[in-house]
Ligand binder design. Structure first.
Ligand SMILES: Cc1cc2nc3c(=O)[nH]c(=O)nc-3n(C[C@H](O)[C@H](O)[C@H](O)COP(=O)(O)O)c2cc1C
Ligand SMILES: CCCCCCC(=O)C(=O)O
Length: 369
């Protein structure tokens, strides 16, 4: 059994069955419409499905006879020191998953030394989330129709200690999910507007509309947010090399390769397939993170070997939270850490620096036009 910086990594006691069990438990515990809100993908859920399976189209080319008695996962992301390259993706309305919502998630991030990305649409005021855990955190920004509201929120995130902004670029309108649309879930105002209440005049009739994502924002929003906040801005939702370069040229400090966990444009390319193109185009200018369907150490290993600086996980955190609050999120993050440590050892990699593209090969079903 390999050790990491904290001691032996006993994979047998923390297997990935934890992740599957969490989802089963969440499905049993949550009202069906809440479970469906978290689980759903857009359209026919083709991209939701492929987000996961696309990672399996890569095969590993391990090195042999390397010293893997100790495997190290700590890394640094835009100046934040973290214990592993697994980052908590921004996911909205965690108060629907567990009464402690984002507070429990923040404590779990702190307990595991992980970086947390907090959603604009958190169910808990951002200051309370920041106070709940000592982990470094980034604030995910939905630029809202009311730009002033957006700025007020960003200013509060800066004051509360956010280390970077993550501007989501793939959600001019919320993707249509067949499981959710119609009579299913309508997010109540006490979740949707929780971060905004203090800025809204009581009884403001157009509050929901003002808080909607602004579909007219352009690349200029990157420098607008960077100048207003003094923070680095990453753009999330990038699936093409040329778009990544355009974001960096417009002032982005990094990009997140993402199709929003299959929740926005159905039949969007899986992140696993888009990642190498983006990494090549970015050419080391800035960190490239990736998310979508990452459920195992092998998925993490493939992403890191393809050139990602870190991976983000969305639903595994939500299911852990629903299943067990803070302890459930810790369990999910530790399961991924233990599994990544194990597969790195079997690949002959003792540190993240040992992960490079020579370690993976693509099977052929995804080919360029
Ligand atoms: C329930 C749910 C809510 C989400 N809310 C947000 C959000 O508020 N902002 C955002 O940028 N992305 C949001 N995402 C997308 C995640 O940040 C991430 O891209 C996605 O979940 C990764 O895929 P995975 O769930 O397969 O790990 C959400 C995803 C889910 C499942
Ligand atoms: C019902 C409003 C959803 C806001 C966006 C949250 C999100 O990004 C997601 O659900 O996905």
């Amino acid at each position: 059994m390999p050790t990491d910086g904290r001691g032996p990594v006993d994979r047998t006691s923390m297997t990935l069955t934890a992740l599957a069990e969490h989802e089963d438990k969440a499905a049993a515990l949550l009202p069906a419409e809440v479970y469906d809100y978290f689980a759903a993908g857009a359209g026919a859920e083709t991209t939701l499905h492929e987000s996961r399976t696309a990672w399996e189209h890569y095969r590993v080319r391990p090195r042999v006879l390397r010293d893997v008695g100790r495997v190290d996962l700590p890394t640094s992301l835009l100046g934040a020191e973290v214990s592993s390259p697994v980052v908590l993706a921004p996911t909205a309305f965690q108060g629907l998953a567990h009464a402690e919502g984002e507070r429990a998630t923040a404590r779990a991030a702190a307990a595991t030394g992980s970086l947390l990305a907090l959603s604009t649409r958190s169910s808990t005021p951002l200051e309370e989330v920041a106070a709940a855990g000592s982990a470094p955190w980034w604030f995910q920004v939905y630029a809202m129709r009311d730009r002033d509201l957006t700025l007020r929120l960003v200013e509060r995130a800066v004051s509360a200690g956010a280390r970077a902004l993550v501007l989501t670029g793939d959600t001019p309108y919320v993707g249509i999910k067949r499981r959710v649309t119609g009579t299913r879930i309508a997010i109540p105002d006490d979740h949707f507007l929780v971060n905004l209440q203090q800025h809204l005049d009581p009884g403001r009739a157009d509050a929901r509309r003002a808080a909607e994502q602004d579909p007219t924002i352009t690349l200029e929003a990157i420098s607008w947010l960077a100048e207003a906040s003094g923070l680095p801005v990453l753009v999330k939702g990038v699936l093409r090399g040329d778009e990544a370069v355009a974001c960096l040229d417009a002032g982005a400090a990094g990009v997140v390769v993402s199709n929003h966990g299959g929740r926005q444009l159905d039949r969007a390319v899986p992140s696993a397939i888009a990642l190498p193109e983006v990494v090549d185009a970015v050419a080391g200018r800035a960190p490239v993170l990736v998310d979508g369907g990452i459920r195992s150490g092998l998925d993490c290993l493939v992403a890191l070997a393809l050139g990602a600086s870190a991976v983000m996980v969305g639903r595994p955190v939500v299911w852990g939270l629903a299943a067990g609050g803070e302890a459930g999120v810790v369990e999910a993050l530790e399961a991924l850490r233990a599994d990544l440590t194990h597969v790195m050892a079997l690949t002959g990699a003792a540190s993240l620096a040992d992960l490079d593209r020579s370690l993976v090969t693509a099977t052929s079903i995804w080919s360029p036009l």
